[in-house]
Design a protein around this ligand. Structure first.
Ligand SMILES: Nc1nc2c(c(=O)[nH]1)N[C@H]1C(S)=C(S)[C@@H](COP(=O)(O)O)O[C@H]1N2
Ligand SMILES: [Mo]
Length: 195
């Protein structure tokens, strides 16, 4: 197999490659003066008992390394990212999810949200990132913790993640209310969902 062919298998339709790491978001980058008192992660909604994981606790959770490709709906893709982060399964050891839960809403700092099916959140390629390419996430890329869901367009990968809500029904998050697709599969070019 030549390189061109194998690259085509990694670059979804309508995407082009970049080696840069563009910064894209709505609103202001949060800067934490004292991250251990200002950041925690809350798990709520359809769980037996809500949980809050403090920054100090989160940083002590076992980590894994992940390698993946990311695809932004604005048509750039960046291959071969190396990340360090915490598995979704590790975070979920803190709560018991009720059987009615079918969707997740990710809530970021300043009220930004994005929605996805629970089963996509639970994939073992989805994780909560702390480092990218060997360095702690920069404030612009989501410090201290961002979600990474590499099989969906990158807008589902909430930066500055603050809480995870388990829901029975799907509800549009921030960009989804503004015309982005409810699911966002890059291989199906599920970019926008205007009428
Ligand atoms: N909290 C938050 N997370 C966000 C966004 C945002 O506006 N706020 N934008 C999303 C979009 S549209 C993209 S493409 C990626 C960009 O991540 P990057 O800036 O690290 O490349 O973050 C996603 N996560
Ligand atoms: Mo995006």
């Amino acid at each position: 197999m030549n390189t061109k062919h194998s690259l085509e298998n990694r670059v979804p339709p309508g995407q082009h490659l970049t080696s840069a790491f563009p910064v894209l978001h709505y609103g202001e980058v949060p800067y934490y003066r004292d991250v251990s008192s200002q950041w925690n992660l809350r798990l709520f909604g359809l769980v037996e008992e809500e949980a809050v994981i403090s920054h100090d606790e989160f940083m002590k959770l076992p980590r894994r390394t992940y390698g993946n490709d990311i695809h932004c709906v604005t048509t750039w893709s960046k291959l071969d990212n190396e990340w360090e982060g915490v598995a979704v399964a590790t975070v979920l050891e803190r709560v018991k999810i009720k059987p009615e839960a079918k969707y997740v809403m990710l809530h970021a700092e300043h009220g930004w949200t994005t929605n996805l099916p629970l089963e996509d959140f639970l994939r073992d390629t989805s994780f909560l990132a702390i480092k990218h390419n060997g360095e702690a996430l920069s404030p612009e890329h989501g410090y201290p913790v961002r979600m990474v869901v590499p099989h969906l367009y990158f807008w589902k990968s909430a930066k500055w993640l603050r809480s995870i809500e388990f829901r029975e029904t799907d509800r549009p998050g921030f960009w989804e209310r503004n015309g982005y697709h409810m699911y966002g599969d890059p291989w199906e070019e599920q970019r926008y969902d205007f009428d």
